[in-house]
Design a protein around this ligand. Structure first.
Ligand code: SDX
Length: 431
């Protein structure tokens, strides 16, 4: 232990002092348990709703510096990966911890390309949903249902079995996402086309109609590659925490990932991109922005797409996405909501209410504008987040399964309810 890297804690109830080691900028919560411990006192615990200042794991997958706006996957800056890599190469990097050799890359792409089909029974399951079912509800259910087709996935410590499930999940998420989209539109499901790249195939399954072969616009496929890379992982965010917590029970990866989809669905997390578009549409015109901002300041609603638990200056992904907006609009034409978004951002960045709370545009603020320009309805935006984030969830899940220090997640509580009440039977109570 580094000299003097300790915390001296004095319990003023007893005058006792404790020396707690400081490691990697943290103190072990369990070291506090000795304080005040006795036959009738369980000892101190730490209280941290929302885990605002609690580390749950050691990880080498993703590094974020919220003050400096730094995001790195396995040490590589997000700006370089977004510019020079592909989503499947980044998925390999996140999961295996290093960039693939040519042979590894070729095999990885081949395996994923040839696992994009799902069992026809799963197609029937999706067809059972209401015509207007939210695609995220369909995705959440179908990912969990995948666990019933591959019962061997429960062998989470077998590296070969684990590899097969990782390939299947990365390969099948676009298929399930695209079919959920087609279902909501009442259009026939389009089967994967193995001649296309990962994002081209996704566009084909989304938008192919009567043509023999879908011809994706390479600029849109490239924009999706960038967006998928930007959304691939983000250390211990809400949905990754869900995947790790559920995964800590040693359930199969399909069930663990479906819990991540469920967490991402929420409007404070991945659902924010859908909420941003609805917010911009509700504002409608730039002259309505001041009244909207006043409503936010009164706490009547949040400025969706702004703020972040970690980034307190700028979200580097938002900076990159703003550039991708121009590339997409060159193909699709400018989204009229862009003007409202830009004016909203300008006002928010000058207003002390937002500055004092360190609220800056996050990854969700501009991504929705691109998705809408790509003809996606708002309900699909979070599906477009879940597909690439599956690679990050799986990288974090593998790290959890292999981490000898991890246990089943079971936090403590502060009990605030009644104690030792005498039960009165219904007959007595209702007399
Ligand atoms: C993602 O964690 C990740 O890494 C997530 C993510 C990823 O890649 O996995 O980056 C993806 O989820 C991005 C965030 C998308 N969500 C939104 O855009 C929804 C709007 N933003 C928020 O609800 C909020 O900013 C959070 C949830 C993102 C962060 O919330 P925190 O860290 O718990 O902060 P907080 O709610 O305690 O807010 C601090 C203050 C509060 O004001 P006071 O009570 O002190 O007066 O800032 C206010 C909040 O009310 N505030 C906002 C606001 N966000 C925070 N006020 C108005 N509009 C907002 N957007």
């Amino acid at each position: 232990m580094t000299e003097n890297h300790t915390l001296t804690v004095r319990d003023n109830r007893t005058g006792e002092e404790y020396e707690l080691p400081i490691t990697d900028g943290t103190v072990r919560a369990s070291d506090f348990n000795q304080i005040g411990k006795s036959a009738d006192d369980p000892g101190l615990a730490l209280y941290d709703p929302g885990f605002t200042n609690t580390a749950s794991t050691r990880s080498s997958v993703t590094y974020i510096d919220g003050d400096k706006g730094i995001l790195e996957y396995r040490g590589y800056p997000i700006e370089q990966l977004a510019e020079k890599s592909t989503f499947l190469e980044v998925a390999y990097l996140l999961i295996h911890g290093e960039l693939p050799t040519e042979k590894q890359h070729e095999q990885w792409v081949h395996e994923i390309t040839f696992h994009t089909f799902v069992h026809e029974n799963l197609k029937s399951q999706l067809q059972g949903f209401r015509y207007d079912a939210h695609p995220m509800g369909m995705l959440l259910s179908s990912v969990g249902a995948l666990s019933t087709f591959y019962p061997e996935a429960r062998n989470i410590h077998d590296p070969d079995i684990r590899h097969d499930q990782i390939v299947r999940l990365i390969a099948k998420m676009p298929t399930l996402g695209a079919w959920s989209f087609r279902h909501a539109q009442g259009k026939p499901y389009v089967y994967p086309d193995n001649d296309l790249t990962y994002t081209e195939n996704f566009l084909s399954m989304l938008f192919k109609m009567s043509e023999q072969k879908y011809n994706p616009d390479p600029r849109l496929a490239k924009a999706l590659e960038v967006l998928f890379i930007l959304h691939a992982d983000h250390e211990q965010n809400c949905s990754t925490n869900a995947v790790r917590s559920v995964g800590s029970s040693q359930v199969d990866p399909y069930s663990a990932v479906s819990s991540g989809v469920a967490a991402l669905y929420g409007p404070l997390h991945g659902g924010a991109n859908e909420a941003v578009l609805k917010m911009l549409k509700r504002i409608g015109t730039p002259d309505k922005i001041p009244a909207f901002i006043e409503g936010v300041k009164k706490g009547e609603e949040k400025l969706m797409g702004f703020g972040h638990r970690v980034y307190k200056n700028f979200d580097p992904r938002a900076t990159i996405i703003k550039k991708a907006v121009d590339d997409v609009f060159a193909v699709t034409g400018v989204n009229p909501l862009l003007e409202i978004a830009q004016e909203l951002e300008r006002i928010a960045l000058e207003d002390d209410y937002f500055i004092s709370r360190k609220l800056y545009p996050n990854v969700d603020f501009y991504s929705g504008l691109i998705y809408e320009a790509l003809q996606f309805p708002p309900e699909m935006f979070t599906v477009l987040f879940a597909i690439p984030r599956t690679a990050g969830w799986l990288a974090q899940w593998v790290e959890l399964v292999d981490d000898k220090e991890q246990k089943i997640a079971r936090p403590k509580q502060i009990y605030t309810g009644d104690r030792r009440l005498d039960f009165v039977s219904a007959q007595e109570r209702w007399k």
